[in-house]
Design a protein around this ligand. Sequence first.
Ligand SMILES: C[S@@+](CC[C@H](N)C(=O)[O-])C[C@H]1O[C@@H](n2cnc3c(N)ncnc32)[C@H](O)[C@@H]1O
Length: 321
Amino acid sequence: MLMAGNNLIHVNDYGLPLNAIEWLETHHQSKASERINMIQEIALPQGGFIVDAGCGPGLWTPMLAKAVGPEGRILGVDISDESLHVAHQRSIGAWYEDQVEYRRADLEQLPIELNTADIIFSANVSQYFPSPVNTFAAMRPYLKYGGRLIVKDIDFGTMRFGVLSQALQKRVLRARQKWEEKRAALGYAHEDSWIGSKLQHYLREAGYDAVVEHAYPIRRHSPLTPEYRSYLQGIAEWFLCEGAPFLSAADKAQWRRSFFSEENCIFDHPDFFCEEVEYVVSGVRNIQKETLFDEQARTQIDTHLHTFVFEPGSLTPSLSR
Ligand SMILES: C[S@@+](CC[C@H](N)C(=O)[O-])C[C@H]1O[C@@H](n2cnc3c(N)ncnc32)[C@H](O)[C@@H]1O
């Protein structure tokens, strides 16, 4: 368990450093207005079958269910039993109960037939994929032709706190990034909190067509709502905790004073503001593009296979076409 002061970060039973459920709820509440816009703007098909890939505690389910209408169906998929249990409990007796089901599976092996999903929606999950391109490519055959993969994620490179030294912010973010670079060597799972702006490139690489990126700037001014304050304090504590090995004592002290002191907390400054950009990227499964893409992938494999062959009796490969 990685512990920040108030238990913000935990490692789930798969060893993934995922945010605790309470924290996800606060985060969800604090950005509710932007999330409603995101779901409206992706225009989900009425009556469609939506897979919520990495559904966590099911916070997006009501928005997805509302968008597809009473004939639509949502399948929430996650590897965490605890999250699935919370999601299921939340749905019992709710207006969308009959539209939703939750199943445990890895996202590369969805528990559905191939060619059946209208939409695969995945929010705040891609940052944990060790190889996002491979995972997005593995999800593609589960979509119907013309179906869409829609991925939403954060990008810490876009985060800025007003009334705080820009140089300090840079140092703390750089320290957090160094931790991400180092974590795999320490046995922690991969994490890329800078993934948002890379998503459109990854979806294209994974063979999706008509890839479109929507950037959602999220900006708040003082006075903050209690949810947003709590969200930002969590982020600040998270940065400090994980960046600590790479920060000077003076930087750590200044960061703590700025976010956690009673008298000098920057959130109470009348000019305080904060901003970050979240990305929603969609790509279509297209039969023509897919055939071409798969042929290219096969050609690359054939080229590789034909490039080096072992002649009978020889221990060194020779070039052959
Ligand atoms: C940060 S939470 C986001 C939950 C939810 N989508 C939300 O935005 O509130 C990430 C979720 O992805 C799940 N997850 C991560 N990698 C996964 C994988 N390979 N297969 C299935 N679920 C995965 C985790 O268990 C966790 O519940």
